[in-house]
Design a protein around this ligand. Structure first.
Ligand code: PHE
Length: 455
């Protein structure tokens, strides 16, 4: 007892709103703006959205609840959590180890796209990438990505920027930043959405996004939808374990997770509503991936009255969304190094930043110097994306479910999710246990095997 005064309290989220802002900040990201709308539009609209939703409810959300629960109980990073909760068998720690690897692989391509977004905030404000002619916007984008110096410069700037917030700590860095940014994000999104809906092509845009076309749904599409569900909720790699370890003891975990999932879905759909009506109004083809964001959007928005302002706002929105997500991914290795090796936060962050710049450069250069270097027909950029979203996150999710439902066990789950009996949520926990023990593992295995054409 007499020592208590000397023990430094663990840096954590302090308010209920802070927990929500940080967790939602993690979920909302480039996935909402760059992946969701384009994937949904191209893979069968509402048909894809339904499969995405089912994967979210049957697998993504249970994994999210499981991760936060385990992290809060262990008050440890993604890897140490398994050692603390189940010291009998160290091999469960592999989930965390693979999670840390996934964090680097995701950040490698994510910081590159974020680098382009940050670059476009400045370039669109200066007017240098704007034109109503997609050939001009395409050439401008091409010039950026095929220039190794610019690519590396913007990626490194983003990595150092995010590292700078991480160094400040969980409360003063992550929580404070996301608390300020999330409301701004919603405001901008609604402004662009309303503007877009007022355009004459609104109906065509909405029908592209929502018209169900089940003929497009193949095994690979279902695998993509499930991968997106994991990617969107930031689960399967220990992000939510790490954030869970900063949750307050009185936070209602299932309710928070549900809120985050619903708000994230809302942002994804609003992003689609902001983008496609404008695309169709001006007769553009709804491209997927980077082309949609960096070639079509600047051209389309430049056609609208006051469009220049909306382009800048759009990229500010992207930059905000990407920042909250990158903070949560980078926190995974930083928390591990900080806790496991007792490195200072500064040292842990500096090591992560340097390693990330090295790995990230292979993605940054995949449109220039390394464009010809392909594995399984994919550039490093595409490979990191495919490997993490479609394989590592769902596999991580699978083992997390097995650990939470079967190894850690029912009574501990019940105690943890009811905040040791103070929440009356027996029924909800029963549903959770059923999902995490049976539904989620079977769903993940079947979808992966079909997606990879093994069955
Ligand atoms: N959820 C984030 C997005 O949609 C990405 C992310 C993936 C964040 C995995 C953390 C962990 O952009």
């Amino acid at each position: 007892m007499e020592k208590a005064g000397k023990v430094k309290a663990r840096d954590s989220f302090t308010t209920g709103f802070g927990v929500l802002a940080a967790t939602l900040g993690s979920a909302v990201g480039l996935g909402n703006i760059w992946k969701f709308p384009a994937l949904a539009g191209l893979n069968g609209g509402a048909a894809f959205i339904i499969i995405y939703l089912l994967s979210t409810l049957m697998a993504g959300l249970p994994v999210m609840i499981a991760e936060i629960m385990l992290g809060r109980r262990s008050r440890s990073d993604a890897l140490t959590t398994f050692r603390v909760l189940h010291p009998q068998r160290e091999s469960w720690g592999l989930i965390g180890a693979v999670g840390i690897l996934s964090a680097f692989l995701i950040l490698a391509f994510y910081t590159e796209v974020a680098g382009w977004v940050f670059a476009y905030v400045f370039k669109s404000a200066a007017g240098s990438v704007l034109s109503t002619d997609p050939k001009v916007t395409s050439a401008a984008f091409e010039k950026l990505v095929s220039d190794p110096v610019q690519s590396i410069f913007w990626q490194c700037s983003v990595i150092v920027f995010v590292g700078g917030i991480i160094v400040l700590g969980v409360n003063k860095g992550i929580e404070k930043t996301t608390k300020r940014l999330m409301p701004v994000l919603f405001l901008i999104l609604v402004m662009i959405g309303v503007r877009s809906l007022m355009l004459p092509g609104a109906a065509a845009g909405l029908s592209f996004l929502f018209h169900p076309d089940f003929s497009k749904v193949t095994g690979a599409v279902v695998m993509t939808a499930m991968g997106l569900a994991f990617f969107k909720l930031s689960v399967g790699m220990g992000t939510m374990i790490t954030y869970g370890s900063y949750f307050r003891d009185d936070q209602n975990i299932p309710l928070t997770a549900l809120r985050v999932m619903l708000a994230d879905l809302t942002v994804s759909i609003l992003a689609g509503i902001a983008i496609f009506p404008a695309v169709f109004t001006y007769g553009f083809k709804p491209e997927a991936g980077p082309a949609l964001l960096f070639i079509t959007i600047p051209a389309v928005f430049s056609q609208m009255p006051f469009g220049n302002i909306f382009v800048v706002l759009f990229f500010v929105l992207g930059a905000i969304a990407a920042t909250g997500a990158m903070l949560s991914i980078m926190e995974v290795p930083v928390a591990y190094l900080h806790q496991r090796f007792a490195f200072s936060r500064f040292k842990a962050t500096a090591m992560t930043v340097v390693l990330l710049i090295l790995i990230g450069s292979t993605a940054a250069l995949s449109n220039s110097l390394l464009a010809g270097f392909k594995i399984f027909g994919m550039t490093m950029f595409d490979l990191y994306d495919f490997l993490t979203s479609n394989l590592l996150l769902p596999l991580g999710g699978l083992f997390l479910c097995l650990f939470a439902g079967w190894v850690w066990g029912e009574s501990k789950v019940r105690a943890a999710l009811s905040n040791d009996g103070s929440l009356a949520n027996r029924f909800i926990v029963t549903i959770f246990l059923f999902l995490v023990k049976f539904v989620a593992p079977v769903t993940i295995v079947v979808i992966l095997l079909r997606g990879l054409k093994i069955i």
